[in-house]
Design a protein around this ligand. Structure first.
Ligand SMILES: [Zn+2]
Length: 144
């Protein structure tokens, strides 16, 4: 009998960094992301429970980053494309996070655009490939 890995098992074994997980403050109930030591909303609590985030949200604001002066995780991309869009995403659970937008034409990007998280290779450093989340537009369902 050969080795068999079922898909659900594989998904369960995915490291946490391949999922979006927020920390829900036990005192004020707000969700902190990225996770911090102290709740950034009430600044009084260090008691959290982990909550999975859907990865769905919309473009709160965005900017086009030109090559040079980019944060290191974006350098590869800047070298390839010259410039690329980065947005602040308003997640449906509340937190806002900064991420690169992918699979989108420059003209399609607008404030309020519905997006979802995807996990992509971000950059390679000393032979180690780093993955992280990026956001792409939610494709509307095909009309019947
Ligand atoms: Zn709090």
């Amino acid at each position: 009998m050969g080795a068999h890995i079922s898909v659900p098992m594989y998904q369960r074994s995915l490291p946490q960094r391949y999922r979006l997980v927020g920390l829900k403050c036990q005192k004020c109930g707000k969700i902190n992301f990225p996770p911090k030591g102290t709740c950034k909303y009430c600044r009084a609590s260090t008691e959290f429970i982990e909550v999975p985030l859907s990865g769905k949200g919309y473009v709160y604001t965005y900017t086009i980053i030109a090559g040079g002066g980019a944060p290191p995780e974006f350098t590869d991309q800047a070298l390839i494309q010259g410039s690329y869009p980065v947005a602040i995403i308003q997640l449906e659970e509340g937190p806002r996070i900064m991420a690169q937008l992918v699979e989108v034409e420059r003209e399609e990007i607008k404030i309020g655009l519905p997006v979802e998280a995807v996990f992509r290779r971000i950059y390679e450093e000393e032979g180690v490939i780093r993955y992280g989340y990026k956001f792409r537009p939610v494709v509307p369902p095909c009309k019947p």
